[in-house]
Design a protein. Structure first.
Length: 79
């Protein structure tokens, strides 16, 4: 079974690096603002073996309802 982890990217790379080292996921999905999106490339430099997936970027980090809808739409199964 494949282990997938969703990370909310903040201003520090350290918690995500620690978590990847500890959990050893098969794939990761990054959720971030446009202001923290550059951190995703830093993470892939640390873990080049992780399969690349496009980050999910929110335009309004403070609106939890909007962001939950964004994530929900990203993961809906398309039929």
């Amino acid at each position: 079974m494949k282990k997938t982890v969703i990370y909310s990217v903040g201003k520090s790379i350290n918690p995500i690096i620690y978590s990847i080292n500890h959990l050893k996921p098969d794939e990761v999905i990054f959720y971030c603002s446009s202001e923290t999106a550059h951190i995703v490339s830093q993470i892939y430099q640390e873990f080049p073996e992780l399969p690349y997936k496009k980050a999910i970027i929110t335009n309004n980090i403070d609106n939890i309802y909007e962001n939950m809808n964004l994530l929900n739409n990203e993961f809906k199964v398309k039929t």
